[in-house]
Design a protein around this ligand. Structure first.
Ligand code: PHE
Length: 449
């Protein structure tokens, strides 16, 4: 087998995998979903989805990746040569590429808001809706931001696993956790915050229907970076003594913590102003929040400056570590399949994803009228990937590990050769063989008909 890089430390690999999971999905998408899904009830369903579906799927990905030490497509080919299963590998790398190309659009926006806030131009605007629409529909500002963000991702991925991904994750993730803690404290001290807590702590189950449950599953997949080959690729750089079950629990816990803390930052702030709706759609963090910052801290400009700059820094860092993993999922394939040097493979992915990303960026402006099935390119990529491809991919990963891979191999990977988590194995097998496929299948069928 060709010599491949590996993560050099346990902390490094947990932070890299958590970096993939913690992203715009936690700080931007989750609060929006909580807002439209009705608050506390949605959070509870989400937690269940993470525990019963997310963690088992994550362990399955880890098992495939660590056992084969290869990119997602090669991994399936090695384990089931000449069979259709390889298509799942192809689908996951392809969708990682698609997600990367729209992910960098929103990431570019965060970069813009970060700079605006840092130079003091965000506070005190008259109309944030206008500001956002003017920016997002501008023919080249957002294009520039998208490409600038992609360049950051490129520089890190091009340096490889240890001196690129691992090293940066070890710096960026602790920074992110520190910022989020500061923001939670600030947010708790806002006047009127208790109304936000009520929305987040008192479940109203009447808002739940199958569509909301499907959204929660989709969100769990999205947030945990599942079925995109990202975690499978990262696991291919794990060492033989990495404990897969423990790693999956740590990553899921960190990811869920950041998602929950994010809603506790955003909603008390939003509710401290009665004029603002909790369910404000994707504009929540780019339109509603700057206004909230203004009103909440208007009389304390320094605090407003710090809060909003830190918030957009948080968002940018989170986006960066996730985009890195999406990039790596595709790069690892290009690099290994075509035997290219890492620098060349990275560049190919960067250039092609940037081109598609520019297309998505323009779907907020000059290409707005270009729609498929009534959705712009951006909306189409977002909904198809999280509501359809990720859940279906999750089923395939589980069925593959549960029914196709040799049980002996799965056991050896799960327990590190019979040394850890032996008693959890049966539960895991039951979940991935029956519970996950049936649950996702049912929710899926109900959600789309
Ligand atoms: N988990 C990331 C987030 O929460 C998004 C992502 C999805 C990253 C799929 C990699 C793979 O933003």
């Amino acid at each position: 087998m060709e010599s491949r890089e590996q993560f050099s430390s346990k902390l490094g690999l947990v932070l890299a995998a958590a970096g993939s999971a913690v992203g715009l999905g936690n700080v931007w998408r989750f609060p929006t979903e909580v807002g439209s899904g009705g608050g506390a009830a949605f959070i509870l369903v989400y937690l269940l989805c993470v525990a019963l579906v997310g963690v088992p799927v994550m362990i399955s990905e880890f098992i495939i990746g660590r056992h084969t030490h290869a990119n997602a497509i090669t991994a399936f080919s090695r384990l089931a040569p000449g069979r259709l299963w390889r298509l799942e590998g192809v689908a996951s790398v392809f969708v990682a590429f698609i997600i990367l190309s729209y992910y960098i659009v929103v990431s570019g926006w965060t970069l813009f808001y970060l700079v605006q806030s840092a130079v003091g131009r965000l506070a005190g605007q008259e109309d944030y809706v206008r500001m956002h629409t003017d920016f997002a529909s501008h023919p080249w500002y957002p294009v520039f931001c998208t490409v600038a963000f992609m360049c950051l991702v490129h520089v890190i991925v091009a340096r490889g696993i240890q001196s690129g991904i691992e090293r940066f994750s070890k710096v960026l993730m602790p920074m992110l956790l520190l910022i989020i803690s500061i923001l939670v404290i600030c947010s708790f001290s806002m006047p009127g915050a208790s109304q936000g807590w009520r929305f987040l702590l008192h479940p109203d189950f009447s808002t739940l229907d199958t569509h909301v449950v499907l959204s929660a599953v989709g969100q769990a997949f999205y947030s945990l970076s599942l079925a995109m080959g990202c975690l499978c690729t990262y696991a291919s750089y794990f060492t033989s003594d990495t404990r897969l079950v423990k790693t999956a629990f740590s990553v899921s816990l960190l990811d869920t913590l950041v998602a929950v803390l994010s809603v506790f930052i955003i909603f008390p702030a939003v509710f401290s102003l009665s004029a603002v709706e909790a369910d404000s759609g994707p504009g929540l963090v780019f339109v509603t929040l700057p206004g909230v910052f203004d009103m909440a801290f208007g009389h304390l400009p320094l605090l407003e400056y710090l809060f909003s700059t830190l918030f957009y820094l948080l968002l940018s860092l989170a986006a960066l570590t996730s985009a890195i993993s999406l990039h790596e999922s595709v790069t690892a394939y290009v690099l290994e399949a075509f035997r290219l040097p890492r620098r060349v493979a990275t560049l190919l992915v960067t250039v092609s994803a940037s081109l598609l990303g520019v297309g998505c960026t323009l779907s907020f402006g000059p290409m707005k009228s270009f729609t498929l099935f009534g959705k712009t390119l951006f909306e189409l990529f977002d909904s198809v990937s999280s509501l359809v491809i990720m859940p279906l991919g999750g089923i395939v990963f589980c069925l593959f590990v549960g029914w196709v891979m040799e049980r002996r191999v799965v056991f050896a990977e799960f327990t590190n050769g019979g040394r850890h988590a032996v008693r959890l194995f049966r539960i895991f097998l039951f979940l991935i063989r029956y519970v996950v496929p049936v649950a996702i299948g049912l929710i899926f069928i109900n959600g789309i008909v």
